[in-house]
Structure formats: structure tokens, C-alpha cells
Design a protein around this ligand. Structure first.
Ligand code: 9MR
Length: 471
């Protein structure tokens, strides 16, 4: 087994950065952007304009379905593998790792400017057979090795990991679920988080569960107490995922916003990770999105599938697209709620791990977006003109908007400065050169204004438009 490393300094570094940001917040007040309605035309674009993401679960087997990938590529900027990163998929035999289907999804997403949530490193369910029959210290070691190997394999490609999934019991106990992993000792969850932190220090590390939406439920309180304890003791946890599978037995409740904001107040990001709602009532979808938008640290929403026919609960028709791929009323409600929602505050604590490299060399990262900097325009000659303008800036990243004139079919080449990385795009089809720093964005029928989010990684240099070519 790989030697365990508890990364003694990393949790403290993480805490220090968050505390520094919190102090800054206290000093300056949370500078919310005005919640002016914007007009994003896709879920991903609208979320990204507000500093958030909108994702979906993807099954590798469906990537050959053109109708499916058309919606995926158009609407979403975050992807979760529905089953392909689970323990039984990635380590079918002990010590033999299998990443083919997971990589198919990761490559599909990343080559199109979408980010990836990793789901899931440790879970009582969907364990490979060899693990199901293990117990005690052998199981603990096997679990930690799995966490280490998988997180290391995808290091740098996954923005957030569901490190541990569904470890709390249903019902009124508020305690842990019994499982072979739980029987290795109550500290198995924090051990998994420390192993993930050592393997991929820059990924966000999340705890993910279902039936934790109702603030008054014992299970919600149980998870809350664990997260509070982890934060107090420096266990490296960054985020909590709320699966939010809503149905008649487990309905949406109006204290959901209290749940999200109460967890966020512990100093973690909160994300809605597997949203589906029986019957897809537009009003309930709207409420869920409004609740997330009202919480600055609710930085993303993922629906658990694209079309109703893709859902694990297809007969409940719980998703945003009909089986024929058309948008449902719930889709319109979600898009409107995203467009009407507030952007995350520009002074929020970093939503990705702090850069480990040298301190920023250019503009400090916490100021308001510059309004007076001149837009950059590439040299003429390609039959069109592309003008880049700064848009929103956060503690760790910033948005840019590019307006093209002179052509409706265009391709624009944009360069970012390493170690910057583009983490999301909207209203265009991007491809990258091998360095990952030069993006060619092609028109995709979404108009003449495209945008993208750049993770600064300590460098705040403005991206440059290199060329605009009409085609
Ligand atoms: O959607 C997934 C389905 O295809 C699998 O058969 C199932 C097996 O457990 O897992 C489903 O996804 C689950 C997710 O991984 C964790 N939260 C509950 C999801 C729905 O069951």
C-alpha cells in the first residue's frame, strides 16, 4: 500500500487562507455584485456569469448518442460521472485500476471547457466484490489506498471530489450508517479526507449525502455536527454536497435555504450535487435554484441526468429535458432563476484551493473588476474583429467576455498566461492547443458574444485575443 501522508502543513495552510479571506470579508463587508438580470441563454452560461456552475451526471455509454451530447455540450459546464468513478468501476480487482470509462467522460468534458466533479472515492455501496468481503485494518488500508490511487490518477483534472458518500444513517438517530467501512472505526471518514488531501491538494474535498436537505432532520444535523467538528480540528474538508433527490416521500422543504446557509456558515462551499424532482414541477425547481443563488457559497448545481430517459428514475420524469430532448417548463424556470440570481460576492473566500506557487505578481486579487482598462482587440486581417473585456472578478478567478463583429461564423484564438487555466466557457465551442493555454473558440450558433472563466492561480494578467478568423 502507498505510505499514508497526512499532509501536516496543508490543512493549516488551507485554514489560514480561508481565515485571511474571512478577515478581509469582515473588514470590507461582502461586496455583492448588483443582482442585475442577465440574459444567459444556457444553464452553464447563466450560472458562470454569476460565478457558479451548472452540471449534470453523464454516463459514458451515452456519449455516442448525438442528441445527448448536443444538449450536454450546449447547456452544461460541469460533469459528474454517474457510475464510472465509483469504487467498483475504478478498482474492479484489488490493486488493478481501470479508468477507461471515467477517462472518456473526463476527456469529453475537459476538451470542451467543462469541469469535472469526482464521484466518489469511498462509499459503502457499489464496492467491488473483493472489498465487500473485507473488514478491519485490511479494509481500512484498502480503502485508503483506493482513495490515494484514484485521486492521484485524476490529480489536476477534477475540481472537486465527493471523498465520502452517504455515510450517515436515515431515520432519527443522526448517527453514522452501519457499513463495513464504519466498522473499521469512526475516524474512517477523516482518514479518507486526509488521504485525498495528500493525493490531490488542489481539489476541493466534499462530503456528499442524500436526505440532508431538511434542516430539522436528525441526519442533516448529524452531518452538520461532523463538518463543524472537522473544521474545528483542521480535517481538510472544503465542501458539502446535497444530493437533493426530491420526491413525494422526501419532498423539497422551504427550510432548504437555511440548511445551505447554515452549512456555508461553517466555512465550506455547498453544492447541489444530484438534483432531480419527481414530476419536475417548475415551481419547485425554481425554488431550489433561488435558494442556492441566495447563498454566496452555494457555488454550483448538478442535475442527475439530462433527459428523463437518462434518469435512474425515468418513470418519475424528474429532469429538465423530455425524453425527446426538448426543454420542459422546469428548464425555463431554472434558467430564469439563474439569470435573476445574485452573483457570488467578489470578496468571497477562494472557491478553489489556494495557489501553492509564488504570490501574485500582478494586480491584487481582491479588488473590484477594473472598469477602465481598455478592451483588447487583435490585429485586423481575419475578416472579423474580437474585443475582449474584463467581467466579474472573484478571489481566485475572473470572467472575460469577447464580442465578435464582422462575421457570424468565426473562430477566435485567445491565450491565457500560465499558470492560469480556463475553467469554464459559454456561448462557443472551444478547443485547446497541447499546452492548454491557447484556446480556439468557434461560433456555435449562440450569437457573437462568448465568455470564459480563468482560474488565476496567482496570475492576474488579462487574457489576450490573438486572432479572429471568419469562416
Ligand atoms: O444513477 C446511478 C445509477 O445509475 C446506479 O445504478 C446507482 C447505483 O447505486 O447509483 C446511481 O447514482 C447514485 C449516486 O451515485 C449516489 N446518490 C444516489 C444516486 C441515485 O441512486
Amino acid at each position: 500500500m502507498t505510505e499514508r501522508c497526512h499532509g501536516d502543513t496543508r490543512p493549516r495552510a488551507r485554514t489560514a487562507i480561508v481565515l485571511a479571506a474571512a478577515a478581509l470579508l469582515a473588514a470590507t463587508g461582502a461586496a455583492f455584485l448588483p443582482s442585475t438580470a442577465s440574459a444567459g441563454t444556457t444553464l452553464g452560461a447563466s450560472a458562470a456569469e454569476k460565478g457558479r456552475y451548472f452540471g449534470t451526471a453523464v454516463a459514458a455509454s451515452r456519449l455516442s448518442d448525438n442528441a445527448y451530447t448536443t444538449i450536454l455540450n450546449r447547456e452544461f459546464n460541469m460533469v459528474t460521472a454517474e457510475n464510472e468513478m465509483k469504487m467498483n468501476a475504478t478498482e474492479p480487482q484489488q490493486g488493478r485500476f481501470s479508468y477507461g470509462a471515467a477517462e472518456q467522460i473526463v476527456n469529453h468534458a475537459r476538451s470542451r471547457g467543462m469541469s469535472v466533479r469526482g464521484h466518489t472515492l469511498a462509499w459503502h455501496s457499489q464496492q467491488p466484490g473483493w472489498m465487500e468481503s473485507m473488514s478491519g485494518s485490511a479494509l481500512r488500508q484498502a480503502m485508503l489506498n483506493h482513495v490515494t490511487q484514484v485521486a492521484t490518477h485524476f490529480r489536476g483534472q477534477v475540481v472537486a471530489w465527493d471523498v465520502v458518500n452517504e455515510a450517515f444513517a436515515d431515520g432519527s438517530s443522526g448517527g453514522r450508517r452501519d457499513s463495513n467501512l464504519q466498522r473499521t472505526g469512526n475516524d474512517w471518514i477523516e482518514a479518507a479526507f486526509r488521504a485525498a488531501d495528500a493525493a490531490d491538494p488542489n481539489a476541493k474535498l466534499c462530503y456528499n449525502d442524500y436526505n440532508t436537505d431538511n434542516w430539522t432532520h436528525a441526519k442533516t444535523q448529524g452531518v452538520y455536527n461532523m463538518v463543524r467538528d472537522f473544521k474545528a480540528r483542521g480535517v481538510p474538508i472544503d465542501c458539502v454536497g446535497f444530493q437533493s433527490h426530491f420526491n413525494n416521500n422526501s419532498p423539497y422543504v422551504s427550510n432548504y435555504r437555511t440548511t445551505l446557509s447554515s452549512f456555508a456558515a461553517l466555512g465550506v462551499d455547498v453544492q447541489i450535487t444530484e438534483l432531480d424532482i419527481q414530476g419536475a414541477p417548475a415551481n419547485t425547481y425554481r425554488s431550489v435554484v433561488e435558494d442556492c443563488m441566495a447563498v454566496p457559497r452555494c457555488n454550483g448545481i448538478t442535475v442527475w441526468g439530462i433527459r428523463d430517459s437518462d434518469s435512474w428514475l425515468a418513470s418519475q420524469t424528474p429532469l429538465l429535458f423530455n425524453s425527446n430532448g426538448s426543454k420542459k417548463a422546469a428548464y425555463d424556470a431554472v434558467l430564469a432563476a439563474l439569470n435573476n440570481g445574485a452573483a457570488v460576492p467578489t470578496t468571497a473566500p477562494p472557491t478553489s484551493a489556494p495557489p501553492t506557487s509564488a504570490p501574485p505578481t500582478s494586480t491584487p486579487p481582491t479588488s473590484a473588476p477594473p472598469t477602465s482598462a481598455p478592451p483588447t482587440t487583435p490585429p485586423p486581417g481575419g475578416g472579423c474583429t474580437a474585443t475582449l473585456q474584463d467581467s466579474t472578478r472573484w478571489g481566485d478567478r475572473f470572467n472575460s467576455q469577447v464580442t465578435v463583429s464582422g462575421a457570424s461564423n468565426w473562430s477566435v484564438v485567445v491565450a491565457v498566461t500560465p499558470p492560469q487555466k480556463v475553467s469554464a466557457t459559454w456561448n462557443g465551442s472551444p478547443t485547446w492547443d497541447s499546452s492548454g493555454n491557447v484556446m480556439t473558440m468557434r461560433s456555435n450558433g449562440s450569437g457573437n458574444v462568448f465568455g470564459f472563466t480563468t482560474m488565476a492561480n496567482g496570475n492576474w494578467t488579462r487574457p489576450q485575443v490573438l486572432s479572429c478568423t471568419a469562416s
